[in-house]
Design a protein around this ligand. Sequence first.
Ligand SMILES: [Fe+2]
Ligand SMILES: [Fe+2]
Length: 289
Amino acid sequence: MEPVLRQAPRRHSKLRLFVFKAAELAMRTLGGRRLYRSLNLAPGRFDLRLEKVNLPAEASDLDGLVIVQLSDIHAGPFLAAGDLGHVVDAVNALEPDLVVFTGDLISRVADEAWLVLDDLAQIRARYGFFAVFGNHDYRHRREAEIADAFGARGIRFLRNESVRPLGPDSALVLLGVEDLEEAKHLDVTEPRKRLRPGDFEVVLSHNPGGARALLSPATGLVLSGHTHARQVDLPVLRGLGPHHPGDRIDVDGVPAITTHGLGVIGIPFRVGATAEVVVIRLVAGEQVS
Ligand SMILES: [Fe+2]
Ligand SMILES: [Fe+2]
């Protein structure tokens, strides 16, 4: 039997949604965007989290490959055009081999995606920039329009698709899965039909809750976002956001990295959940955990 991929969407009460929207409007009016940018997106205010991931012997020729992961930008009231400039500069300074975005581009409406397109299109990666959608990105079902526009600027959304970004003979496979809560269609079976023995598969899945069900024998790494590492990691507020499984956990022997992301939802604050860019180096010939 196929493992169940779909995750139950979190739904808020009307009262809670009203309170969220009122708080967001108030913070927006009081200059929340400027505050968020200065506290979280200025140089030295976001982390570059370094992670080493071990390669199996069959994929040792990928040694040294650098994958940079961005996530949860949530363009909209608290993050808009120009605000990612220092993040883009930091990513380009790393001269990454691959850049991946693990979903939640927008906050509430599809048009928010255009706010950050010019900034993201400045990112350079030797073998390309790939992305998946998060649960927010399906609002009004305009995600295909977003994928087309971003694709035209060099950012390719993988929608239940896999690619070999280093070329057809390389062992590195990137599999991008649609969001496990909101997508109409989920399928990892079809894209995996082209896997070969010795492949090293990196799975991009916005929601970390489905990591175990997403594994194949070729999977060597799962990259997710969605949780914002609780965004405001205080006891009374911790339960408002999705469960954060940990920055890096082991799922049946496979590392699963869940990034804190870069943006916010609802309020322009992060507490105990520093915005970050994750820098992953694939390494051969040693055991890392
Ligand atoms: Fe998010
Ligand atoms: Fe999300």
